[in-house]
Design a binder for this molecule. Structure first.
Ligand SMILES: Cc1cc2nc3c(=O)[nH]c(=O)nc-3n(C[C@H](O)[C@H](O)[C@H](O)COP(=O)(O)OP(=O)(O)OC[C@H]3O[C@@H](n4cnc5c(N)ncnc54)[C@H](O)[C@@H]3O)c2cc1C
Length: 412
């Protein structure tokens, strides 16, 4: 099988553009919004909505570039090289949009996503709320309920959602929406879990608060309460039908459809991790060079210093993560099932970025631990890539299941 990951001219052009955005728009305010955790980064949000978004829309209108999703990963890597938390705070459909694209009908895509492409207006956000106090890795344990009120034709949602990225923006700012996962039939297990689009400001959806976090502090991570929250019947994504699980089969289609969102989003998270890892590695290389530390990339194994060996390992880890990410992304553009590859990329990149950033802090000595440099921030921003969108351990489980062809019931 021939594999060609050579970026196209259009991808190289996008890389240069987003690198400039990262340098000029993100890095100068990176520390400010890390310190002022729950303050909206207005200058960044407004710049993206008025200027940055236009480029994204134009690219979409021109059609998919030849290397489609790879180009998206390259953009994400550059923006997260700038600041991963500000990237997450961009007014975009984000994970909520991925869910609508993966499980929604063409009419739903038009209804919920067109405002993000329209001229003018004000910044809007999308989010996805799966996690609950008792349901994270095991999404099938979701307790939030959705009950159909036959008299009004509305779904009534009740439940408690925690750790929802962009949940503040998506639930509070007009035009936004939160995709909420809830069960329509607890006795049906996974088959009963469906996703519902809850527009911002819907009565019954309350923002309880935002988490104070170790890293990605410019990103709002919300707790949302749903109390008799009513949405129209047509806000359910996909089919309302509950197909009970056939024990002879590996799963049911409804739940799998919802989980397909992750096949598209995991390569993006992996690209985010690569961006943060590259930020730390680039800076470490520059700083060591400035201090006169000579790096001999071609030195034989027995001649390498400990620092040289560390840096070579960091480079290799980063490049391995990037290549796995691009492979999983390319499969999306080719319309191929990438469940295994998406989890491989996410697991590898999450681990690589935590190792690379920790190593960077160590190699730079005490200044690496000081807030005078960004390296300590990148170390804090790195860890989340090993947690959300399926933890390291869960993605490794998925890889094992796919390789061994075991159903989730046999390997958990
Ligand atoms: C900053 C942040 C943003 C987030 N954003 C979102 C969001 O936008 N939407 C959303 O729905 N959720 C979001 N999450 C939640 C995140 O996806 C969950 O935290 C994650 O899925 C893990 O679930 P949990 O916290 O319940 O941990 P648990 O499932 O309780 O896991 C705890 C530990 O046990 C391990 N573990 C669990 N099961 C197994 C197993 N079978 N084998 C081996 N190890 C196992 C896990 O890997 C983990 O290390 C976010 C979380 C954070 C911290």
């Amino acid at each position: 099988m021939a594999i060609d990951f050579e970026p196209t001219p259009s991808t190289l052009d996008a890389r240069d553009y987003y690198n400039q955005v990262a340098r000029e728009q993100m890095r100068p305010i990176s520390r400010k919004y890390d310190v002022e955790e729950h303050t909206l980064p207005v200058e960044w949000v407004d710049w993206y909505w008025e200027t940055g978004r236009k480029r994204a829309v134009t690219t979409a209108k021109l059609g998919e570039p030849a290397d489609g999703m790879i180009q998206v990963c390259v953009q994400v890597e550059e923006l997260c090289w700038g600041d991963a938390a500000l990237y997450l705070r961009m007014p975009t459909p984000a994970l909520g949009g991925s869910a609508v694209s993966a499980a929604g009908t063409p009419e739903q895509r038009q209804r919920f996503l067109s405002a993000f492409r329209a001229e003018g207006g004000h910044p809007i956000w999308g989010a996805m709320a799966i996690t609950e106090p008792g349901a994270g890795s095991d999404a099938a344990a979701i307790q939030a309920t959705a009950e159909l009120d036959e008299s009004t034709g509305e779904w009534i949602l009740n439940g408690n959602k925690i750790f929802c990225t962009a949940g503040e923006g998506a639930s509070q700012h007009e035009g936004g929406f939160v995709v909420v996962w809830a069960t329509v039939d607890r006795s049906a297990g996974r088959a009963g879990i469906k996703s519902f689009v809850v527009p911002a400001g819907t009565p019954g959806m309350t923002l309880v608060g935002c988490e104070k976090k170790l890293g990605i502090r410019a990103s709002d991570t919300a707790t949302l309460l749903l109390e008799s929250c009513r949405v129209p019947q047509e806000n359910l994504l996909g089919s309302a039908e509950v197909k009970k699980r056939d024990p002879k089969k590996t799963g049911d289609k409804g739940f799998k459809g919802a989980m397909a969102t992750f096949d598209a989003s995991r390569p993006i998270v992996a690209a985010m991790a690569v961006g943060v890892g590259r930020a730390a590695l680039d800076f470490t290389l520059e700083e060591l060079a400035r201090q006169g530390v000579e790096l001999r990339w071609d030195a034989g194994l027995h001649e390498q210093s400990a620092v040289e060996r560390d840096l070579i390992e960091m480079q290799a880890e980063l490049q391995a993560a990037r290549l796995l990410t691009w492979r999983a992304a390319r499969m999306i553009s080719q319309g191929k099932t990438n469940n295994l590859e998406a989890s491989m990329a996410k697991a590898k990149a999450g681990l690589a970025v935590t190792r690379i950033t920790q190593k960077a802090v160590q190699l730079l000595g005490p200044p690496g631990y000081s807030t005078k440099l960004f390296v300590e921030k990148w170390m804090r921003d790195a860890k989340i890539n090993d947690i959300y969108e399926g933890t390291q351990q869960i993605n490794q489980l998925i890889v094992a299941r796919r390789i061994l062809d075991y159903p989730s019931s046999m390997l958990r």
